[in-house]
Design a protein around this ligand. Structure first.
Ligand code: HEM
Length: 204
């Protein structure tokens, strides 16, 4: 889906513009809005997502141990969702186990944590569209209710707004916006590469 990538000084606008191309690459490889998406392909995508989230959350967990107050302010415990991908895979009848994970850079400070969180939390926005689409698929509808794509239900808006407020406050308080944006770009680049095999599987 094309997105408005206009940017001024606002860090959220910069984040969106700086990662738009990688977002599109991810969307295209995953193909989740495909009307002919099969259960098998969805399972393969969820496996990729599970491995990515495990890697992304490991870095954030290490940051949260070093910066517990910042992590609590961001409600980090509530935002963890690797386990939801494992649950969704189980609901689809796929054994969880320990999936392959991509290599991600460490999260060195709260600015970098915000950059990584931008990628993870933003996915809940597209997630509501994805969930609605999955409910229309004959292969899935009625039988499986997935949770990982839109984990917050009616709280999606408030959780995203709280994240945005925290990112803006960090920059307004003297935090380095470039560091935040750099971490988001690095995270998105790893994700986009990680998702490429799904594109091949779709025959695109
Ligand atoms: C096929 C899969 C995907 C589709 C169809 C999709 C679609 C969308 C859509 C429609 C929006 C805009 C929502 C709105 O403005 O209300 C959005 C936002 C976003 N998505 Fe995705 N998305 C997908 C996968 C992902 C994944 C896997 C990630 C990252 C893990 C991601 C990260 C983001 C981010 C960060 C935003 C927020 C952009 C901003 O407004 O700054 N998306 N997505």
């Amino acid at each position: 889906m094309p997105r408005d990538t206009g940017g001024d000084g606002d860090v959220l606008k910069v984040l969106r513009a700086a990662t738009a191309a990688e977002h599109e690459r991810v969307e295209e490889s995953l193909g989740l809005m495909d009307p002919e998406l099969t259960r098998e392909r969805l399972t393969a995508v969820l496996r990729l997502m599970h491995g990515f989230w495990l890697a992304a959350e490991a870095g954030l967990d290490a940051w949260a141990r070093r910066e517990p107050d910042d992590a609590a302010d961001l409600a980090w415990a509530r935002r963890r969702r690797a386990a939801l991908f494992a649950d969704d895979l189980a609901a689809l009848g796929s054994a969880g186990g320990s999936p392959a994970r991509p290599e991600l850079p460490p999260v060195r400070d709260t600015g970098e944590a915000l950059g990584r969180l931008y990628v993870l939390e933003g996915s809940t926005l597209g997630g509501t569209f994805i969930d609605r689409h999955l409910a229309t698929l004959p292969d899935l509808s009625g039988s499986v209710r997935l949770r990982a794509f839109s984990p917050y239900g009616p709280d999606t808006g408030p959780m995203w707004h709280a994240f945005r407020r925290a990112a803006r406050a960090h920059v307004a308080g003297g935090g380095d916006a470039d560091r935040l944006v750099g971490a988001a770009r690095a995270t998105f680049a790893v994700l986009a590469d990680w998702c490429e095999p799904a594109r091949a599987a779709a025959g695109a």
